[in-house]
Write a protein that binds this ligand. Structure first.
Ligand code: MRU
Length: 365
């Protein structure tokens, strides 16, 4: 998608064997490219959220294994790299999925060839993610078009939470891919963008990428969604996911569950868009089984933003000394989800729905 009118991806390899990323902690104020040379660089970039979003951290971790193999391609080096990458963020299953895929290819590869095989694996996972997101966009845009046709001349009002756009993937995004495809089809779409405290991925990242793409949008405080739904100002909600159980429960950025409750109370369709790599086929109960990342309290007590002169400043917004807790994700039960939008189509959020689209995963674990 576009940054200042030029097509970009979120991550790409360099000729020298390193990897470059857009540092998302600097957006929307600066587009800063950061080079990852080592496993340490990669683990830190994921943990500090210079890259974030479930599909993107999976792809980054795959590249991290390739960088690790440059330094130590032994069995012990491979096992350590895989363990460190998987531990860098716990909720998004795409990360472990990508590491497992590349690691299993490397275990049957001689040490001398491991870097090259890991690079090939990372490229394949990245390209598959782009293709999956594009197809999610096509299927989700069909849903948006149905609403547009019923609504006459007025724009379709879509609400989203956090950033599940192209910045959270390699390209296109999950929840926002349908918006971009609908826009390309000439559908008039307006997006309500939840600011998404505490890290403000909505206000900073979703608003940035929608603006760069020329999509009409309005940032709202996280708590405004229920009010807008009560007044008929939201036609549908589409969010992304970090992990979906085989029964259709979906973990996503903290606050997603409250939006689903408000949507159910107001009869607003609530869709979750995600590729198959986000489904954890081993799990049947999202609330009980999905690990929820807890991050540092300072993300709640402090905020970073730009001053009038463009410099960045970090300020405290809480009462000094008050403790804070920072749960990064919550789980929306399948019963509150109208449908899952996947690369293979749209299905009910249920074991039957997912199994029908992905029969190769239907066997019980
Ligand atoms: O903490 P983040 O910014 O990595 O959380 C991201 C989200 O919750 C996204 O909605 C999710 O990863 C889906 S990304 C396509």
């Amino acid at each position: 998608m576009l940054i200042h009118g030029r097509p970009s991806r979120t991550i790409w390899p360099t000729a020298s064997g390193a990897v470059e990323i857009i540092d998302q902690t600097c957006l929307p104020h600066a587009v800063k490219i950061v080079r990852l040379e080592t496993l340490d660089d990669t683990v830190a970039a994921i943990a500090d959220m210079r890259v974030r979003g479930a599909p993107l951290i999976g792809v980054t971790a795959a590249w991290g294994l390739a960088l690790a193999m440059r330094a130590d391609a032994s069995d012990a080096g491979l096992a350590l790299a895989a363990r460190r990458l998987k531990a860098s963020r716990p909720t998004a299953v795409n990360l472990a999925w990508a590491v497992d895929r590349v690691e299993s290819a490397l275990t049957i590869t001689p040490a001398a060839d491991r870097e090259a095989v890991a690079r090939g694996g990372a490229v394949a996972i990245a390209e598959a993610d782009v293709a999956a997101c594009r197809r999610i966009g096509e299927h989700g845009a069909d849903l948006i078009e149905v609403i547009a046709r019923a609504g006459g001349d007025r724009p379709v009002n879509l609400l989203t939470h956090c950033n599940a756009g192209w910045l959270a993937t390699v390209d296109w995004g999950t929840a926002l891919a349908p918006v971009y495809v609908a826009q390309a089809r000439g559908v008039d779409v307006h997006v309500w963008v939840d600011e998404t405290r505490p890290r403000n991925q909505g206000a900073a990242l979703t608003a940035f990428e929608l603006g760069q793409q020329g999509v009409a949008h309005t940032i709202i405080a996280d708590n405004a969604g229920g009010h807008l739904m009560q007044h008929g100002r939201v036609d549908l909600v589409i969010v992304g996911a970090d992990r979906i159980t085989r029964t259709g429960d979906a973990a996503n950025k903290i606050g997603t569950y409250l939006k689903a409750l408000a949507a159910a109370d107001n009869g607003v369709p609530f869709h979750v868009a995600a590729p198959a790599s986000t489904v954890d086929w081993r799990l049947t109960d999202g609330v009980a089984q999905i690990p929820i990342e807890e991050r540092g309290a300072e993300e709640v007590t402090h905020m970073t933003g730009a001053l009038a002169d463009g410099s960045l400043a970090r300020v405290q917004v809480s009462a000094p000394g008050s403790p804070a807790a920072n749960f990064a994700f919550d789980v929306t039960p399948a019963r509150l989800i109208t449908s899952l939008i996947t690369e293979r189509g749209v299905c009910p959020a249920s074991e039957a729905g997912l199994s029908a689209l992905f029969p190769e995963n239907a066997a019980p674990y």
